[in-house]
Structures are given as structure tokens and as C-alpha cells.
Design a protein around this ligand. Structure first.
Ligand code: GUN
Ligand code: ZN
Length: 429
């Protein structure tokens, strides 16, 4: 049997939502120690209590470092790893100029495997332990990511991107092949170890009504899968959707009318929403995924975190690699703070941390598995060094509270702040 492990440090657990009326700080409990066994969290508490429960355990002392849940990135495109930070375009031109030519390369399984491994290496170094990723239209691109995740024992959500129009030759499927290829991938991967399949129409402009209908039928046939797509990211995209679906009431309706709106639906961006769309998203218990570095980098707009949270929406946080300009959820928390500031509603450090962990996990329906440090959860965690650079350290020494000590790392931290990462209990960094 593998050795039990006790990690000492400042261990943070969520006991409530930091967006609840009791306030952000009431949502967090601090412990001295966390115990892991066979990939699960088995105890939290004082050092003495845990040593009594697990007298044989190996003990690793992280001192004043913070032990938090592994970050959950709820919307990424791993195939865009090599074109991240491409200059000067907005959404549609950016897709045509940078994204589609790169995605074309993923029919080659060796290239897909190389980028999948590179992507998971880069994100693990940033403390990300779970991602929900788009792949390309090639089933090989899905196999590559799931195989890499499986080798690392990692919980990953992914799916074959479906597009049957408004994409170049070589990057289009059909309603039937999208259905059949996705169904075969569900059969091969969904529910295997820690892997979850997401049915993935890229967005309404690149799917015909027939394809959206086929994918709605596929989701009905496989209801435990997730469904991920894009919604209302840029204004000219919304105009385009209006012209492609003249009979639809709004952008959301292009998904709703084909059975693609219910709990388990993940809508990336969701910036420019109509009142009817907000009401239906809430009623359906769908998830909205905020991608702040992408929204500023591609020039999309400012997500209404405060208003949507008050209405009661389920919201996750994500990099949107490579439309987003960073692989790091620390950088993404900083961007979420900045976007919220531009809307006049700053986010508390506890709220940012929750969005990057339990909030995103809840958006993916994984709140009972990952995203929190609680007994019975899977042992995915990050040890944060709150003094990882001279600039951060000199600021953190002035801090009088835990939150003041953490905030400079959320705003200024990078992979140097990630002292250790554990995936399924195993040391990954
Ligand atoms: N909308 C449709 N596809 C994409 C994509 O790859 N990235 C972003 N940011 N938006 C999209
Ligand atoms: Zn995206």
C-alpha cells in the first residue's frame, strides 16, 4: 500500500460560497494539516489530531505556505497552445488567421500527442489540475489529450469540436460524422478513470441547424456527458448568428431549440446577454464560464460577474487558452479582478480563489470530486508560496490578514508561486 501522507501548512477549505450574504471570509476555514491516502483526502485538522489518526504517515512540512485546491480551468482550447499570444485580431479574424490553420495540424496523432503533453506540462506548472478542453474536429486530438491525462491520473473534461460550415476545407465534419465520431469517443473515454466527455459544437456560426440537432440528440442519448460551446462573446459574432439563424429569438435560442440548454451545458464568455437569455440560463441551471484574459486580449467586453452572481447563476473561471493570453489561473484571477474593477464591483481574494477552484468545479458538476479540500474529495492540491518573488515578498510582509497576504500573489504571481502540485495525491510539481 502506498504511504499515507500528511501535509502541514495553512490549509484552506471552503465551507460556503464566498458570494453568499455572510461574506467572503466566512466561507473559508483554515486547518494546520491535511492527510492523503490512495488519491483521496482522508482528514483535515490539527497536526496532533492527524498524527494520531495516521501514525505511520509521512509528514511534509510546508511551513507558512498556503495549501489550496488545485485550480480548475473550465474552458480551454489545448490545440491553441502553440499560437497563444498572437497579435492584433478580433474574434472572427483571429480564428481564421491563427486558429484554424493551427487546428488543421491535429489530424496528425504525433503532433496532437506532442501538444497535449506540452499543454498539460505548462498548466500543471501553473497549478492547474483539471481542465475542460475543446479539441479539434479530429478524433485523434481527443485521444491525444485523454491519453496524456490518463497517464498523469488527471481529471480532464474534453470533446471533439464539431464544425460543418464556415470553417476551411479539412476542418469540417458533417452532422452525421460529428454524431458518429463523438459517439465513438464517448464510448471509448467517458467515465473511464477520471475522464469526462463534453459534446462540443464549437459555436452556432460553425454548425448548421442539422448539426446542432444531431448533437442535441447525442446529448439526450448520453445525458451524463457535459456540453460545451461559446455564447455571445463579441457583438459582430452576435450579428452573424442573427443572420445565420433568422428564426431564432436570440443567440441562446440557437442552442435551446436543439436541446443544448440544460444543466451540464457550459457556455464560454456569455458577455453580451439579453434579458431573456439571462432568465433562461438561470432557469436551466446552465453554467457560464468567464474568460477574462481572453475577453480583454481579443477585445470582447466586460463580463457582468456581480450582476450574474446576484441573479444566482452558476459561474466558472477559465483561461480560454489560446484566445486567453496566459496558461495561469493566477493571472486569470488577476484579470477577473481587473474586469470586475472596470465594472465598479471588486472581487475579494476569497471570491477569486473560489472561482478558480470550487466555482469552476461546480460549473463542471464536479463539486463533489474536486475543487475543495474536504474529506472524501480527490487529492488535487496546490501549495502556494506567498513570497515567491522579491516584489511579492516585500508587499506580503506588510499583510495583516491571510487575505492581504494572498492578494499580492493572486495579482502578481506566476509559476514561481507554485511550490508543489499534487494530482490524485501524487507529486506532479
Ligand atoms: N468562438 C469560437 N471558437 C472560439 C475560439 O477558439 N476561441 C474563442 N475565444 N472564441 C471562440
Ligand atoms: Zn473558447
Amino acid at each position: 500500500m502506498k504511504q499515507d501522507l500528511i501535509l502541514l501548512g495553512r490549509v484552506l477549505s471552503f465551507c460556503a460560497s464566498p458570494f453568499a450574504p455572510d461574506g467572503p471570509e466566512a466561507a473559508v476555514e483554515e486547518h494546520e494539516a491535511i492527510a492523503l491516502r490512495a488519491g483521496k483526502i482522508v482528514a483535515l485538522g490539527s497536526r496532533a489530531a492527524l498524527s494520531k489518526v495516521l501514525p505511520e504517515a509521512e509528514i511534509v512540512d510546508h511551513g507558512q505556505k498556503l495549501i489550496v485546491p488545485g485550480f480548475v480551468d473550465a474552458h480551454v482550447h489545448y490545440p491553441q497552445t502553440a499560437i497563444i499570444a498572437s497579435w492584433g485580431k478580433r474574434l472572427i479574424d483571429w480564428l481564421n488567421t491563427y486558429t484554424f490553420p493551427e487546428e488543421m495540424r491535429f489530424g496528425n496523432p504525433a503532433y496532437a500527442a506532442e501538444i497535449a503533453a506540452r499543454y498539460l506540462d505548462l498548466t500543471t506548472a501553473c497549478g492547474t489540475t483539471t481542465v475542460a478542453s475543446y479539441c479539434t474536429i479530429h478524433p485523434e486530438s481527443v485521444d491525444a489529450l485523454f491519453e496524456a491525462a490518463q497517464a498523469r491520473g488527471q481529471r480532464v473534461v474534453a470533446g471533439k469540436t464539431c464544425m460543418d460550415r464556415n470553417a476551411p476545407e479539412g476542418l469540417r465534419d458533417t452532422p452525421q460524422s460529428a454524431y458518429d465520431d463523438s459517439a465513438a469517443l464517448i464510448q471509448r473515454w467517458h467515465g473511464r478513470e477520471r475522464l469526462i466527455y463534453a459534446i462540443t459544437p464549437r459555436f452556432s456560426p460553425t454548425s448548421t441547424p442539422e448539426q446542432l440537432e444531431a448533437l442535441g440528440a447525442l446529448w439526450t442519448a448520453h445525458p451524463t456527458c457535459l456540453m460545451q460551446t461559446h455564447l455571445s462573446e463579441q457583438l459582430d459574432e452576435i450579428e452573424w448568428v442573427r443572420s445565420l439563424f433568422p428564426e431564432a429569438r436570440d443567440y441562446l435560442d440557437t442552442y435551446e431549440r436543439y436541446g443544448l440548454l440544460r444543466e451540464g451545458a457550459l457556455f464560454g464568455h456569455a458577455i453580451h446577454l439579453e434579458p431573456r437569455e439571462r432568465a433562461r440560463l438561470l432557469e436551466a441551471r446552465a453554467s457560464l464560464i468567464h474568460c477574462p484574459t481572453s475577453n480583454t486580449f481579443i477585445g470582447s467586453g466586460l463580463f457582468d460577474m456581480n450582476g450574474l452572481m446576484r441573479e444566482g447563476h452558476r459561474i466558472g473561471l477559465a483561461t480560454d487558452t489560446g484566445g486567453g493570453s496566459s496558461f495561469s489561473m493566477l493571472r486569470t484571477m488577476a484579470a477577473a479582478y481587473e474586469v470586475a474593477q472596470l465594472r465598479g464591483t471588486p472581487l475579494h481574494a476569497a471570491q477569486l480563489l473560489w472561482l478558480a477552484t470550487l466555482g469552476s468545479a461546480t460549473a463542471l458538476g464536479l463539486q463533489d470530486k474536486v475543487g475543495n479540500l474536504a474529506v472524501g474529495r480527490e487529492a488535487d492540491l496546490v501549495v502556494l508560496d506567498l513570497a515567491s518573488t522579491p516584489a511579492i515578498a516585500q508587499r506580503a510582509t506588510r499583510a495583516e490578514t491571510l487575505w492581504e497576504a494572498l492578494f499580492p500573489t493572486l495579482m502578481m504571481g506566476d509559476d514561481r508561486a507554485i511550490a508543489e502540485v499534487r494530482i490524485n495525491g501524487q507529486k506532479a510539481v
